[in-house]
Design a protein around this ligand. Structure first.
Ligand code: SF4
Length: 453
């Protein structure tokens, strides 16, 4: 998962891109970058670190021009190195081209091997570079045509922003795994992974870039817009995990506000997995808060913030280093003893992946005096890895891949454990965001071939 943001025809394009990336920081924290243009040459800056730390006034003032694209990186394919930071910027027979990618190409290893055998030299280990090489190798001299030819060879998840001196192009793969939305600022187009970026810069949300749609903005024709459907239509497979976990609750993703979708997941969870004797419902903050509100409302059990989260530590799930992931659950999540002492509590979280954090947290709750702990998860068991841009652990590391619900309950030390069913999750998601979700990490039903992954 990464964040992308793009804007055309704006007075302060790079400054607005910086703000957009800031609002999308939750989608990737390893590094960030912006490439801007004045319609002739590119200006670029990328660095490892957080948006607020990397882009100073001095840096932004060098990123000139009316149009820009930006990226926050969260590594999936390729490692956490500075060569893999985006937007990538390359020169070829097409002139300079820059690209920012959210997603993961499932056939990138095969294509890279073939291109290397044919003499291509890759500058990074990121799958995104494959797209630039495929474009450069076409006979086309027009960016739009070259990009369309490249797209016919790639499979997987990609929401892309592509920039050169003539165009800003926004597009989504035909299944639309990762989100991408379009808005307007002073009548000019703006694109982002989530609408929360529009809120910050005062842009209005217009619509989703549709699965399989390519929106072409001409930088040479008063930023006019053309919508193309260059690839064969197939049924959409939007990532349901965006709604469960990744997107910000104040964003509209796949046509619905995440806050309400998560609350409804909690209501459905309470319907399916009641805990009749519970005294209070408490969330694992921040991710479990919205589902816990829904659970509390439906079950008519009081909601309490019984665990306090320190905001000075990153989200455990997004950290790629095992040494950090296991470090200090108590440092991050601390029970409020007076609230939970002697009570039977329902603890609501949005996912249970390895189970190590939940196990430690439940022990802390018992140490703080909880009488009973009933764990409720507002998603089905995560039993399969993702190949479409979410850095889930390998199948072996996923607790639910080889354990029954009863043995998971025993491992985490809860008095009871209940998950939202897949049918329940899809019912809630579909009613708010239309049909057509990928749910492979829960069901193992992968919507594309997974090649050598
Ligand atoms: S496998 Fe899971 S995380 Fe990956 S795209 Fe599908 S629903 Fe999303």
């Amino acid at each position: 998962m990464c964040a992308i943001f793009g804007i055309a025809g704006a007075e302060e394009a790079s400054n607005l891109t910086y703000l957009g990336l800031h609002a999308l920081q939750h989608r990737g924290q390893e590094g960030t970058g912006i490439v801007s243009t004045n319609g002739q040459e590119p200006f670029a800056h990328k660095e490892r670190g957080l948006v607020g730390d990397i882009f100073s006034v001095a840096v932004i003032s060098k990123l000139q021009g009316h149009s820009a694209i930006g990226h926050n990186r969260y590594s999936t394919t390729g490692g956490n190195t500075s060569e893999n930071l985006q937007p990538l910027l390359m020169k070829s027979s097409l002139g300079w081209v820059s690209i920012a990618h959210n997603g993961n190409l499932v056939n990138s290893k095969e294509i890279t091997k073939r291109l290397e055998n044919e003499g291509s030299i890759f500058q990074s280990t990121s799958d995104t570079e494959v797209i630039l090489h495929l474009m450069a190798r076409t006979q086309e001299r027009d960016l739009v045509k070259a990009l369309i030819q490249a797209l016919t060879q790639i499979t997987g998840a990609y929401s892309l922003l592509v920039l050169n001196q003539n165009y800003l192009i926004a597009l989504r793969d035909p299944q639309g795994f990762r989100p991408l939305v379009m808005g307007r600022l002073h009548g000019k187009p703006v694109f982002a992974s989530e609408t929360t970026a529009f809120d910050l810069i005062g842009a209005s949300y217009e619509r989703e870039v549709l699965p399989g749609e390519m929106v072409v903005v001409s930088l040479k024709d008063n930023f006019s817009i053309q919508s193309l459907r260059p690839l064969q239509d197939i049924s959409p497979k939007r990532c349901v995990f965006e709604q469960v976990y990744f997107a910000r609750p104040d964003s509209v993703v796949f046509g619905s506000t995440i806050y309400h979708t998560r609350k409804n997941m909690g209501k459905q969870l309470a319907k399916e997995q009641p805990a009749p004797n519970a005294d209070i419902v408490i969330p694992v903050p921040d991710s479990g808060v919205y589902a816990a509100i829904g659970y509390s409302e439906f079950s008519k059990t009081p909601f309490e913030m019984g665990i306090i989260r320190s905001h000075y530590i990153g989200r455990t799930f997004i950290e790629p280093r095992q040494s950090i992931r296991d470090f200090g659950v108590k440092l991050k999540l601390n029970p409020v003893a007076e609230t939970i002492k002697g009570k039977s509590i329902v603890v609501v979280d949005d996912s249970l992946v390895r189970g190590t954090t939940s196990r430690k947290l439940i022990q802390h709750l018992r140490d703080a005096g909880a009488k009973e702990v009933h764990l409720r998860i507002s998603a089905p068991p995560t039993a399969h890895p993702c190949f479409y841009g979410i850095d889930t652990p390998t199948k072996k590391e996923l607790l639910a891949s080889s354990n029954s619900i009863e043995s998971i309950r025993d491992f985490v030390g809860a008095d009871s454990l209940g998950y939202l069913s897949l049918d329940g999750l899809l019912k809630v998601s579909s009613s708010s965001a239309g049909e057509g979700f990928c749910h492979a990490c829960f069901s193992g039903d992968y919507p594309t071939p997974t090649f050598n992954n």
